[in-house]
Design a protein around this ligand. Structure first.
Ligand SMILES: Nc1ncnc2c1ncn2[C@@H]1O[C@H](COP(=O)(O)OP(=O)(O)OP(=O)(O)O)[C@@H](O)[C@H]1O
Ligand SMILES: [Mg+2]
Length: 504
């Protein structure tokens, strides 16, 4: 990353230096022109003044060549005196006889007309670039010329001064630029580094951004992008593991179903073949075998019926008929239908207390009576199955305020004096096919689907299920129901929730 920061710094500083150098060249160009213009103008004024003074001394200069040369040296220039017809009468650099007629020289033309004449050109007589200034004189025109080389030397001195001054003025600008370029390159370096981390999938990384300038805003936006990517990634991971879990549940379910179906089917097949092989003629065994076949067929039937019930609830096919029912009526209905079975084991099946409203009226729940009957039957069937002879089963109910729905709910529970369930089995008890003691449960005709049906049915009513149990102290299974409609038709359509709980 330092190499990257260095490259950005170099680019920025080069760009700024290029701009500064361009400015310097432009300043030099303009300054050279202005300095030359100003210097030439001043020189012209100075030379024309000198010319006017020299013109007064023209006669002596014409008469004495030495005097002429002395004056020219004092005036620091070349003096020429031209007659009105253009004939050069005197010149300090060339013999007048060798010189052309000067009547067409621009500065002479002007001077002969009575004005001050100027020109810049290469002298044909001496081959030097001159600045010429001519004024009218008694003989015609007096001309003073200085070499342009002199002018250029002076202009270069001025340019030199100007360039030095501008260069010095640029030093703080360059220092400031270097400081700014360092700051920008560092920030850009950090941002590029962060973008690279995002590209590599490190969405937890964050940029340490400060300031509300453009780079600060860019940093904040990148951080927001990082946060969103992290959230999306986590969501995808969650969904992925959820899918994997569902896939495991599906595979387990298929294995469980196949296994559960295979056992009674194998039994039916075995005893049928035995009967066909001749046992049908054996009056001692044939009835016994047929009873076993019948029991296994019944077991297959109830297994398939339970599986269908579960699937229907999960797929939302089950059409519940919701209405208000007295809790007491529901409890009594179930008690009556299971008392004969409980009686076979001398188990007392009693309803404890009468569930009443606060005003004394009978308590009502909003539910499908048949579904609640099935839930209660499953719980009571278990209680009877797993409670030894002479035990007791209590049906209880209580009302409480639901913290989420903000209406009263009723909790119905089945308490038994059975063997109880070990703590480690409690969390998985409502899973499909989960049985504490597989062999014993199968012996009692159980498939392990009863509690899963209880849970799904309670959920379809907007309720919950639970169990409290300890080995040797019996068990208490409970489920809850709303006292009023809480939009159960909609809860019914919440298939994802029900399907998600398919594993339990
Ligand atoms: N009241 C209870 N006392 C002790 N164990 C219980 C009780 N109720 C349920 N269990 C345990 O929970 C397991 C699951 O019960 P669940 O009702 O789902 O299946 P099942 O009774 O074996 O078969 P079925 O599908 O015929 O109901 C049972 O096998 C049993 O081990
Ligand atoms: Mg059961």
């Amino acid at each position: 990353m330092p190499r990257l920061t260095g490259r950005i710094f170099l680019k920025l500083i080069t760009a700024v230096l290029a701009v500064l150098i361009t400015c310097l060249v432009a300043v030099d160009f303009m300054a050279a022109r202005i300095a030359e213009g100003t210097y030439v103008d001043t020189l012209k004024a100075e030379l024309s003044q000198k010319c006017n003074i020299l013109a007064l001394d023209e006669a002596s200069m014409l008469a004495d060549n030495k005097h002429l040369i002395a004056v020219a040296r004092a005036a620091v220039g070349r003096i020429s005196i031209v007659r009105r017809d253009g004939l050069v009468l005197a010149d300090t650099e060339q013999s007048p006889g060798k010189m052309d007629n000067h009547s067409n020289r621009p500065e002479i033309v002007q001077a002969l007309k009575g004005g001050v004449g100027f020109d810049k050109r290469l002298s044909t007589s001496v081959g030097i670039n001159y600045l010429y200034v001519a004024v009218p004189s008694p003989s015609g025109a007096l001309r003073l010329a200085v070499p342009l080389k002199e002018v250029q030397t002076q202009v270069n001195v001025i340019r030199g001064h100007l360039l030095t001054a501008t260069g010095i003025a640029f030093i703080p600008a360059i220092l400031l630029t270097a400081f700014f370029a360092r700051w920008v390159s560092r920030k850009l370096g950090q941002i590029i580094d962060y973008a690279a981390q995002l590209a590599q999938g490190n969405f937890q990384a964050r940029l340490n951004v400060t300031g509300s300038d453009e780079l600060g805003i860019l940093g904040k936006k990148l951080n927001e992008t990082g946060e969103k990517l992290e959230a999306m990634f986590e969501q995808l991971e969650r969904e992925h593991s959820e899918l994997e879990k569902l896939e495991r549940v599906r595979k387990d379910f298929i294995i469980n179903v196949s296994h559960e179906l295979r056992t009674p089917l194998a039994s039916i097949q075995g005893y049928t073949e035995t009967l066909l092989d001749g046992a049908i003629e054996d009056p001692v065994h044939n009835i016994k075998f047929l009873n076993i076949i019948s029991a296994n067929a019944a077991r297959l039937g109830s297994l398939i019926a339970d599986l269908l019930t579960l699937s229907r609830i999960e797929l939302g096919i089950t059409k519940f008929q919701f209405a208000s029912y007295y809790v007491m009526g529901l409890l009594q209905g179930c008690q009556e239908s299971l008392i004969p079975i409980a009686a076979k084991k001398q188990i007392d099946l009693v309803i404890e207390g009468v569930p009443l409203e606060a005003d004394g009226s009978y308590l009502e729940v909003f539910c499908d009576a048949e579904a609640v009957h099935q839930v209660l039957s499953n719980l009571l069937d278990n209680a009877i199955k797993y409670t030894p002879q002479g035990g007791r089963i209590n049906l209880q109910s209580r009302v409480f305020d639901h913290p989420e729905h903000k209406i009263p709910f009723v909790e119905i529970s089945v308490r038994d004096t059975g063997a109880g369930i070990p703590q480690e089995d409690l969390p998985r008890l409502f899973e499909r096919f989960y049985r504490v003691d597989k062999a014993r449960s199968r012996e009692l005709g159980g498939t392990g689907l009863g509690l899963a049906i209880v849970k799904h049915m309670a959920k379809a009513h907007g309720g919950e299920v639970g169990v409290e149990s300890a080995v040797g102290s019996g068990s208490r299974f409970w489920f809850t129901l709303p006292t009023r409609d809480i939009g159960l038709e909609e809860i019914q359509t919440l298939q994802p929730e029900l399907t998600a709980s398919a594993s339990s």
